[in-house]
Ligand binder design. Structure first.
Ligand code: MN
Length: 248
């Protein structure tokens, strides 16, 4: 059976007076998962916990995608002036799913906003704006006027990390489309990658669970860099193993 990977959607505001808005997810993640042998399942914006529980029960892995900023109230801060747009409906859906996944050992892959969601769900905090709060940091937001696969800085990986084993390298050139990053690391997580300025670019679980977050966007690099393809393949394989474990 092909493992099913749930991807929480973003909320798109109503386009006219009659609209109720829409639940949307970028095709780039769906494509990367399909190429890796997984079946992506978008999880809609909902405020119903029963709905979310039912969908959660069907998935073998959780992909947390990129997007707008997480409301800083979720890590006990008030908004910094440089905070961007937030999406409270999406925050609620993703934080609930991520906490369930962490409790159950469900495989999780967090990308960009997704590594931040992972960290906040585990009790960590974020830099609300790297440029405003980390004076010596490199430039990290290369959007919207740059190719999404632009290699913008390097990342150094921890040799004993699951991430380094999957990618098979300790030094990478990565794309960078973010203005926030993990600050204090959440409970049960460890740092696996940093850019040269010390900004966290990778997190993973300290235990056996397949929980990995990356601050870059591997889904935009799979055509250029086979290592990024392996990350999605390893995630889908972990979902398959988790599904097998559920059945026995
Ligand atoms: Mn970066």
């Amino acid at each position: 059976m092909v493992p099913i990977v749930g991807i929480p959607c973003a909320f798109q505001a109503p386009q006219d007076k009659q609209g109720r808005g829409a639940s949307v997810v970028s095709q780039s993640y769906l494509r990367a998962l399909e190429m890796a042998g997984g079946a992506p399942m978008p999880i809609p914006i909902t405020s119903q916990e029963d709905t979310l529980r039912a969908l959660y029960g069907r998935i073998d892995g959780l992909l947390l995608a990129g997007g707008v900023d997480i409301d800083p109230s979720h890590y006990g801060e008030s908004p910094h002036p440089a905070l961007g747009e937030v999406d409270e409906r999406r925050d609620w859906v993703e934080l609930a799913l991520t906490r369930w996944a962490l409790a159950d050992g469900l495989p999780v892959l967090g990308i960009c906003r997704g590594i931040q969601t992972l960290n906040v769900a585990a009790g960590g905090s974020l830099w609300q704006d790297i440029a405003a709060q980390v004076p010596d940091a490199l430039r990290h937001p290369y959007y919207p006027n740059y190719p999404y696969n632009r290699l913008s800085h390097s990342a150094r990986l921890e040799p004993d990390s699951r991430l380094a084993k999957i990618l098979g390298d300790l030094e990478l050139e990565v794309n960078s489309l973010h203005h926030q990053a993990a600050r204090d690391v959440g409970k049960g997580l460890r740092v696996t990658a940093r850019s040269p300025d010390g900004i966290i670019e990778g997190l993973e679980s300290q235990d056996e669970a397949w929980v990995i977050g990356v601050q870059w966007h591997p889904e935009w690099l799979i055509d250029d860099d086979l290592r990024m393809r392996r990350l999605f393949e390893a995630f889908v394989a972990a979902g398959e193993a988790h599904r097998g474990g559920k059945k026995t």
